[in-house]
Design a protein around this ligand. Structure first.
Ligand SMILES: O=P(O)(O)OC[C@@]1(O)O[C@H](CO)[C@@H](O)[C@@H]1O
Length: 364
């Protein structure tokens, strides 16, 4: 069929693919620091710190003012709206601090779930109304990529055909709007780990979801070279009694991706989904060593698995700045090595790094 109505100019495509490649350049991944106020509240509650704007700002200032060498491991940071406009204690905007380090700034664009009536408590994600205007403003304010997380669960009759189609289409519509405004869309269809299903079942569902997402992206004329995928790894449900090695997780994950994700996609940055920091790193390392064709960069976009030790080290005290930055740097480096298949587990990880970070029905 003739391509009569091109969605993007060649200049727009060039810009988008350059941004995407820069984020996942060798060994680099993403710090997902885009927790909403509510989600950050539950993180802070764990360390007995009050969820105030100032406390959220202080923790993020510590992360973002870490040594410049962080840019060898972190190619992009996803921010929440509030954080995009926050400043450090010297009055410098966080986004300028990150950009000065050569880190690309991203913004969370989804606005929470809404029930899909007639399903077993499944959801779609809101935020398409006014999205183009928000994207245009964020681009002016220094963001170069966006993120939208859709949630699919494995349960009785789930995910339903409706939930898969609706979320795939919404992700594709979001991705198209992002690209029109110069933002690289991170497409995140998360099959959450709640449940007692085995890994094979998770693989089956993940393949169905990803196949629907890439069909929808194609229908919406999304330029794949200017996108990044943020999927779950293929694992057993959190309540499953079956245990799998990182090599088994890697084989199931890469098989699912190889069957469904086009080679034009420059990078796949996994979410950590409640895995411990160490498991998230070991699995990513095994994924990069998996003996299957891997035409994309396979990296990380971790929230919990990059910040849990740092949060524990901070404990709300400014005097713990150095220890907090060291803990963050350690995980960032470990994941940088894992993104190249070069991580060697030394056995010296702190308690926080092996602790499960799973929260049931994790939403926002
Ligand atoms: O699973 P993780 O790695 O902790 O976080 C993944 C993530 O998509 O989920 C959170 C909720 O939207 C976001 O803060 C984050 O970007």
């Amino acid at each position: 069929m003739a391509y009569q109505f091109p969605a993007l100019t060649s200049e727009q495509k060039k810009e988008l693919s350059e941004i995407a490649q820069c984020i996942v350049a060798s060994g680099k991944g993403i710090l997902a620091a885009d927790e909403s106020v509510g989600t950050m509240g539950s993180r802070l509650q764990r360390i007995k710190v009050e969820n105030t704007e100032e406390n959220r700002r202080q923790f993020r200032e510590i992360l973002f003012t870490v040594d410049d060498s962080i840019s060898q491991s972190i190619g992009g940071v996803i921010l929440f709206h509030e954080t995009l406009y926050q400043k450090d204690s010297q009055g410098k905007l966080f986004r300028d601090i990150l950009k000065k380090k050569g880190i690309v700034v991203g913004i969370k664009l989804d606005q929470g779930g809404a029930p899909l009536a007639g399903t077993n408590k499944e959801t779609t994600i809101q935020g398409l109304d006014g999205l183009s205007e928000r994207c245009a403003q964020y681009k002016k304010d220094g963001a170069d990529f966006g993120k939208w997380r859709a949630v699919l669960k494995i349960d009785n009759q789930c995910p339903s055909h409706l939930a898969i189609q609706e979320n795939a289409n919404t992700l594709a519509r979001y991705a198209s709007i992002c690209q029109q405004n110069g933002l690289v869309p991170i497409v995140e269809p998360e099959v959450i780990a709640d449940g007692d299903h085995d890994m094979e079942h998770c693989q089956y569902v993940t393949e169905k979801v990803l196949a629907a997402v890439y069909k929808a992206l194609n229908d919406h004329h999304v330029y794949l070279e200017g996108t990044l995928l943020k999927p779950n790894m293929v694992t057993a449900g959190h309540a499953s009694t079956k245990k799998y090695t990182p090599e088994q997780v890697a084989m199931a994950t890469v098989t699912a991706l190889y069957r469904t994700v086009p080679a034009a996609v420059p990078g796949i940055c996994f979410l950590s989904g409640g895995m411990s920091e160490e498991d998230a790193t070991l699995n990513l390392n095994a994924i990069n060593l998996c003996p299957l064709p891997k035409p994309w960069k396979l990296s990380f976009s971790y929230g919990r698995a990059l910040q849990a030790s740092a949060l524990a080290a901070w404990g709300g005290k400014a005097t713990n700045k150095k220890a907090t930055q060291e803990a963050f740097m350690k995980r960032a480096l470990a994941n940088c090595q894992a993104a190249k298949g070069q991580y060697v587990h030394t056995g010296s990880s702190g308690a926080a790094s092996t602790q499960s970070l799973f929260t049931a029905c994790y939403t926002y």
